[in-house]
Design a binder for this molecule. Structure first.
Ligand SMILES: Cc1cc2nc3c(=O)[nH]c(=O)nc-3n(C[C@H](O)[C@H](O)[C@H](O)COP(=O)(O)O)c2cc1C
Length: 186
């Protein structure tokens, strides 16, 4: 039986989302947060958007830095997602506290997460407010990826990498490689 509600609160009924760690470095410091609300927006130019509440330290950092990195984790790194997503850089230095390993980016000044299996370097091109979140739109200037994690078309191989996906609240899940199907329309 389907329930219908017009009292809309979290409306997470469409999850899972893949988990991204988003952030950068500005004159106010270095800070990263866990982000589920992210999306590709355009192939050409390559644009990627992240939706960030105005309350987040990361909002301030990206606004100042005018750039950010987007880093994708595996299920093994679930603890890091909880640490960067349940604690704020307004209260502590998360990079130091949680010993986040960073490495220099290729194009932007802000670092990337060393242990991410894929990551984007983005230059901020636009910020648009939508209710209590702002959409930060970045042009993707560089992509880093573990070669063995993807096939030649860039499709993730779930036999090689188990991406971290988020169900809401504090629940996470990954892919079951046994369900992989290659399906054609005819
Ligand atoms: C799995 C997960 C996904 C999240 N997704 C988002 C998101 O898309 N946008 C957002 O503003 N906050 C999101 N959050 C909350 C922030 O990560 C959290 O408030 C964090 O403490 C902000 O850190 P900061 O203040 O250092 O930027 C998410 C948290 C978790 C655990």
């Amino acid at each position: 039986m389907k329930k219908i509600t017009t009292k809309i609160e979290k409306f997470q009924y469409f999850y899972p989302y893949s988990v991204a760690i988003v952030g950068g470095q500005s004159e106010s410091g270095l800070n990263y947060m866990t982000c589920a609300w992210h999306t590709a927006l355009s192939f050409s130019p390559p644009l990627f958007g992240v939706c960030i509440s105005k309350k987040r330290k990361t909002h301030q950092i990206i606004s100042e830095a005018r750039e950010f990195s987007v880093n994708f984790l595996t299920i093994d790194q679930v603890k890091l997602s909880a640490q960067l997503g349940r604690r704020s850089g307004h209260d502590l230095d998360k990079i130091k506290e949680f010993r986040v390993k960073l490495s220099p980016a290729q194009v932007i000044q802000s670092p990337i997460l060393e242990e991410a299996y894929a990551c984007f370097e983005c230059r901020l091109i636009e910020v648009k407010a939508f209710g209590d979140h702002d959409l930060f739109v970045g042009e993707v200037l560089a992509v880093h990826y573990e070669e063995e994690a993807f096939d030649q078309e860039g499709v993730l191989r779930p036999t090689r990498v188990l991406p971290l996906c988020y169900l809401g609240s504090d629940f996470y899940v990954t892919l079951d490689p046994d369900t992989l199907n290659h399906v054609l329309p005819d």
